[in-house]
Design a protein around this ligand. Structure first.
Ligand SMILES: [Zn+2]
Length: 297
C-alpha cells in the first residue's frame, strides 16, 4: 500500500479522498545494513522524496541486524558490554538499541494485555523483589503481578525505597533521606491491572502488612488470601522457597526467573543497575520475552 506524504504542510493533505493520492513510486534502493531492497516514493504535490522506512521507528537506524540477537541475548543473562563484544558493535550502540528495543517491547506488551479485557482473570499473585541502583545504600523495589495459571507477568513497577537494617544509618549519612515511593508504585500497578482482572478475583500474596489496604483501594470486592513466606532455597536464588508445597509458587518461580535471566538481578553479581531507567528498560525487554517465548500460550 502506498503511504501518504510524510510532510505535514504538504498541500496534498487538503485534497479530499485517500491521502496517498499524490504519491507515486519512484524506484528502489539497496539498504546495506540489512541487505533489503527498499521502495522509494515521490510526492507530486510538494516534490518530497521519501522511502518505505520514512516515519517508522526504525528510520535511519544503521545496525538493524543486531536488533533481534540483542533482544534475545539481553533477555538471557547477558550483560550489555558482553553483548557489544559478541555482536561486534560499540557499547554505546548497544545502549541505544537496548533503549529502542525496550520501547518496542513495552508497546507490544501493551497490545498483548488488551486481550485480557475480554476474558478477565479470576486469580492473581503479587509480591515484590528487591534490588538497588548504584549501591546497596540506594535500594529499589520491583513490584510484580503474575497470572498463576500461565505464569505470565501482568504488570511490573520499579520504585525507590529507603535502605533497611544496618545500612539505613549509613545510607542517610551518605546520600540523605531517600523517598519511599513503594506505595505510589503499588497504586500504579494495581490501577493498570483493573481492566485485566475480574472485580471479585482472588489475590494471593505474602503477609506484607501494607498489601490489604492498597488492594482494597483498587479492588474493593476482591478476595485476598495471604501465605507465610518460608525460607529461601539456594536454587532459585532465594526466591524459590524450601516448602513442600508453595502456594505462591508461580510468583516465586517468576521472581527466580528474573534473578536468573537479568544479568543485573543475579545475586552477588558485579553487573549492577546504574540508574532506574536501565532497570525499567531491561525489565520491559524481559517481560516481553517471558510472556511471548518462555511461557506457553
Ligand atoms: Zn507532499
Amino acid at each position: 500500500m502506498k503511504p501518504g506524504c510524510p510532510r505535514l504542510k504538504c498541500p496534498s493533505h487538503k485534497i479530499p479522498g485517500p491521502k496517498s493520492g499524490s504519491v507515486i513510486a519512484n524506484g528502489t534502493f539497496f539498504r546495506a545494513c540489512d541487505s533489503r531492497r527498499v521502495r522509494r516514493y515521490i510526492c507530486r504535490s510538494c516534490g518530497l522524496n521519501f522511502s518505505q522506512s520514512t516515519g517508522t521507528p526504525r528510520y535511519r537506524q544503521k545496525r538493524r541486524r543486531i536488533i533481534q540477537p540483542l533482544y534475545r541475548l539481553i533477555a538471557s543473562t547477558l550483560s550489555q558490554r558482553r553483548a557489544a563484544i559478541l555482536l561486534g558493535v560499540d557499547k554505546k550502540t548497544v545502549v541505544r538499541y537496548f533503549r529502542f528495543i525496550a520501547s518496542e517491547c513495552a508497546k507490544r506488551e501493551k497490545t498483548r494485555l488488551i486481550k485480557y479485557g475480554g476474558d478477565r482473570l479470576k486469580q492473581l499473585q503479587f509480591d515484590d523483589l528487591e534490588t538497588f541502583e548504584h549501591t546497596k545504600l540506594k535500594p529499589l523495589s520491583v513490584a510484580l503481578a503474575v497470572d498463576p495459571n500461565t505464569r505470565k507477568i501482568l504488570g511490573i513497577q520499579v520504585s525507590r525505597m529507603p535502605a533497611k537494617g544496618p545500612l539505613a544509618r549509613k545510607s542517610v549519612q551518605k546520600y540523605g533521606r531517600r523517598k519511599d515511593e513503594r506505595n505510589r508504585g503499588w497504586n500504579h500497578l494495581f490501577k493498570s491491572l483493573v481492566p485485566l482482572v475480574h472485580p471479585d478475583a482472588e489475590f494471593l500474596s505474602d503477609q506484607n502488612p501494607h498489601y490489604p489496604s492498597i488492594l482494597r483501594k483498587h479492588f474493593p470486592f476482591a478476595k485476598h488470601a495471604v501465605t507465610p513466606g518460608g525460607r529461601g532455597a539456594v536454587t532459585g536464588q532465594g526466591e524459590l522457597k524450601k516448602l513442600v508445597f508453595d502456594p505462591l509458587f508461580a510468583l516465586n518461580h517468576t521472581c527466580a526467573m528474573l534473578r536468573a535471566n537479568l544479568s543485573r538481578l543475579i545475586r552477588r553479581t558485579w553487573c549492577t543497575t546504574k540508574n532506574i531507567r536501565g532497570l525499567e528498560d531491561h525489565l520491559a525487554i524481559y517481560v516481553d520475552y517471558h510472556n511471548r517465548v518462555l511461557t506457553p500460550e
